[in-house]
Ligand binder design. Sequence first.
Ligand SMILES: CSCCC(=O)C(=O)O
Ligand SMILES: [Fe+2]
Length: 188
Amino acid sequence: MAILQAWFMDDIPNDPQLPHQLNPNQSVSPAYLSDLGVLNWKLNPDKYEDDQELDKIRADRGYNYMDLLDLCPEKVENYEQKLKNFYTEHIHADEEIRYCLEGSGYFDIRDKDDRWIRIWIKAGDLIILPAGIYHRFTLDTSNYIKLMRLFVGEPVWTAYNRPQEEHPARRNYMINFGQKIGTPLEAH
Ligand SMILES: CSCCC(=O)C(=O)O
Ligand SMILES: [Fe+2]
């Protein structure tokens, strides 16, 4: 596990591609992220085509599917619409696995108190968001990212926009990661 830069977001409704750090900045630790079910590795993006560490993660977790996504207007159909969809808060029925090969961008996730945490992904960062976690994505001001997408079996990219409290993946997520330590499962 390597250190990812992450922080609690302000709620200023201007350009989402700006960092949106609080003043003073309130950073979020790797332990806090792992308590939300978020995993990450730091790899060497220059050797992604022949990387034993990446191969091992893929083998251990069954990620047999892989493709590359170059997020720039020339290479992506419906670029504007796709970015808009990425930035709409949603969940998936499966993990979201992304490995940043070039450029950078922001994954925003919700914590147990429903606060937004912004995770800054750069070249070499592999991140796994658990199924059922509310999240969204935006480019940063560099305006470019190249991502590897991984999946178990045939990929399903379906996004279920919030609210999804009854979705099985959401329910499972809440059972596995939604409880705050010290919070009783049921109040009597
Ligand atoms: C560009 S990858 C991140 C966007 C996202 O959340 C998704 O693809 O579901
Ligand atoms: Fe997503």
